[in-house]
Every structure is written in structure tokens, then in C-alpha cells.
Design a protein. Structure first.
Length: 133
């Protein structure tokens, strides 16, 4: 739990639509939003639990243009990745996001905590977030 939110690691790979549905129906949650370094480290530590090899987990960050112009990254649940009062927080791997045409979703690496842009059509492990306990 961090910031009064609960995070659920799901090790079953799913496409983004199925992952969103799983979070909503199984946990009354959404794909995780990560808006600061402390929250990022908390989630990274959860993802690294019981893993001998680093893995990549989908978070709820996309540039498909849900509420902003296509190409601007935002949180899938409609929460902007940053506001004027909170400042922008992203922690991409070097060279990411790289603008590949089909990479509109983001994953977090459980070892580094850094993000990568990936194809939403691919199946990925993921992390859900809820404020219900």
C-alpha cells in the first residue's frame, strides 16, 4: 500500500483491454498510475517480490489519445500524467519512448523501475491499483 492505494501484481500476461477488464472486475481497480518517484519505487519493489529474473509489467500509461492529443502520454483512467501544480513525472529507459508506430502502452521494469513503450496488442504482465482495501 502506498498513498492510501493498494497495488496488485498480476503475473498472467494479457492484452491491455483484458488487463483493464481484469483490474476492474476482479479488484475494483484500474491499471496502475505512477505519478512520483516514491510511488514508482514502491510499485517496483512490489513487482520485484519473489522474482529472480527482472520482468516488465504494464502500467496504465498510454499515448493513444484518450483525453489528450495522440502522442501525448496520459493515464488510461483519464488522469493526466502531470498537471501544472504537480510537475511532470516519467522515468523512461534511455531512448524511450522511441515513437515506434505501434508502441502506445507502457511497462515498468521490476529491476530498474524504468519504463518502456510497448505494443498494446502484445500480452504483458501488469499491475492494478485501487483505493479499496
Amino acid at each position: 500500500m502506498s498513498n492510501q492505494h493498494c497495488y496488485i501484481k498480476v503475473d498472467t500476461p494479457m492484452k491491455v483491454t483484458a488487463a483493464r477488464r481484469h483490474c476492474e472486475h476482479q479488484h475494483s481497480a484500474h491499471l496502475a498510475t505512477v505519478t512520483g518517484p516514491e510511488e514508482n519505487e514502491f510499485v517496483r519493489t512490489l513487482l520485484a517480490t519473489n522474482r529472480s529474473i527482472a520482468g516488465d509489467y504494464m502500467i496504465g500509461y498510454t499515448d493513444v489519445g484518450v483525453t489528450t492529443p495522440r502522442g501525448e502520454w496520459e493515464w488510461i483512467k483519464g488522469e493526466l500524467g502531470f498537471t501544472a501544480t504537480m510537475g511532470k513525472y516519467e522515468t523512461w529507459n534511455d531512448g524511450q519512448p522511441n515513437g515506434n508506430l505501434n508502441e502506445h502502452c507502457a511497462t515498468m521494469n521490476s529491476a530498474s523501475g524504468n519504463w518502456d513503450d510497448v505494443a498494446c496488442a502484445g500480452e504483458h504482465k501488469f499491475v492494478c491499483e485501487t483505493n479499496k482495501f
